[in-house]
Design a protein around this ligand. Sequence first.
Ligand SMILES: [Zn+2]
Length: 313
Amino acid sequence: MYNQVLHDHLDGGLRPSTAKILAQEINYSPIIEADDVANFFDRSSSTSLEDYLEAFTHTIALMQSYSNLERIAYEAAIDMHQNNINFYESRYAPFYSVNDNLSPKDVIQAINSGFKQAENECGILSGLILCGMRHDAQNVKAVAELAIDYKEMIIGFDIAGPELNYLPSLYKDSFLKVKNEGINITIHAGEGDGVHSIQEALDNGAKRIGHGVRIIEDIADDDKLGHTADYVLQNNIPLEICITSNLHTNMYKSPEHHPISRLHNLGFNISLNTDNRLMSNTSINQELYIAKIAGIENPTTLLEYSASDSFLN
Ligand SMILES: [Zn+2]
């Protein structure tokens, strides 16, 4: 049986040991001065989104060279392999790494080179989804154009960042262009905003929904489905569920309060994902454990590779 991960951010998954080494190489003091690097990045008891997002400024600071990007991508794939994953979809906002010495194409090439090394070594197949940052209209537009220019080197397009007040329809022109080029689209929706955001993601070409958990708000206590929930269920739209991440952004109090098992029992297409392994101090093995607490009897079945869900085809 093959296992897949559909939703994992490259800049949210550095190994603490690697972060320390790379920080020393460029004399990056915030990390060098930290007593415990894993602790420094851990945002599991974060009380605000700002505090959570602040952690990314420190990983991105270490992702400014070809060799660092290559190493981080390689290690991400190896770590997934060690969690029995065979198909790994990673995502990143490429312009975070663009500088005088690194073009957008270099960024994509470096990441793919790391993935290829991991594939040669242990067979894991990995691919890159490009993320536009939705609070920055110019960035989304530029990433969409980049995705089109290098569509043979990537597997999909997404928008990430703050969902509230940044609905997918703001970028309908970009989504349409990307879709017309045959590029797969997934959209973060139904995490920081509700059902209407999921509906907009679907209306703008999303084949999968990043998180999507708030589809539960379109399901009545008697299990009667609203329009959007009914569409998602009937069309088997994959929901990229990230339980620990949702707990850490205070969406749900505990795994028992997370809607994953209710959605699963109703027949929704659910997958298990890590989102940000470093900031959430998690792994796929940990998500399997949490999913069981959340009421999923056989969580490993939620990792099973499905050609219809994967962008790695
Ligand atoms: Zn995410």
